[in-house]
Design a protein around this ligand. Structure first.
Ligand code: FES
Length: 150
């Protein structure tokens, strides 16, 4: 069934079943492959996108639940000044190792700084605890969030 999605400021139509996860509508129907598949059950954060600015796990969100909400992915987050600052800090501090989880990390970090421009270490831990990194880049992630908040 066709669903109209607003992704990165553009209206697009996907023709999928109602329970298709948003992640697959983005990746398979629209070719937006920044959001990654990790666990498929909302536990690792690799698939994180924004829905009206809030971080959501796109692997666990049926496309039928999106409605008119604005979806932003790593491909579009740089249009937001906070997202751009986060991406610049990520590059400057060379955060990524294998890189697989990093789109999700950046989306969660951007949402954190949008709601809390000067997060404490505890705030960062709380906001980022759902984004796992197998290369354990956590220290660089925290430093990049602090840099972007400065
Ligand atoms: Fe969605 Fe792991 S793939 S949380």
């Amino acid at each position: 069934m066709p669903y109209s999605l607003n992704v990165n400021g553009k209206s697009q139509t996907v023709d999928v079943d109602e329970d298709t996860p948003l992640l697959w509508a983005l990746r398979d129907s629209l070719g937006i492959v920044g959001p990654k598949y990790g666990c498929g059950v909302g536990l690792c954060g690799a698939c994180t996108v924004h829905m009206d600015g809030q971080p959501v796990r796109s692997c666990s969100l049926p496309v039928s639940a999106v409605g008119a909400a604005k979806i932003t992915t790593i491909e579009g987050v740089g249009a937001n000044p906070i997202g751009k600052k986060v991406q610049d800090a990520w590059i400057e501090l060379d955060v990524a190792q294998c890189g697989y989880c990093q789109p999700g990390q950046i989306m969660s970090a951007t949402a954190l700084l949008a709601s809390n421009p000067k997060p404490t270490d505890a705030d960062i831990d709380a906001a980022m605890s759902g984004n796992l990194c197998r290369c354990a880049t956590y220290t660089r992630i925290r430093n990049a969030i602090k840099k972007a908040s400065g």
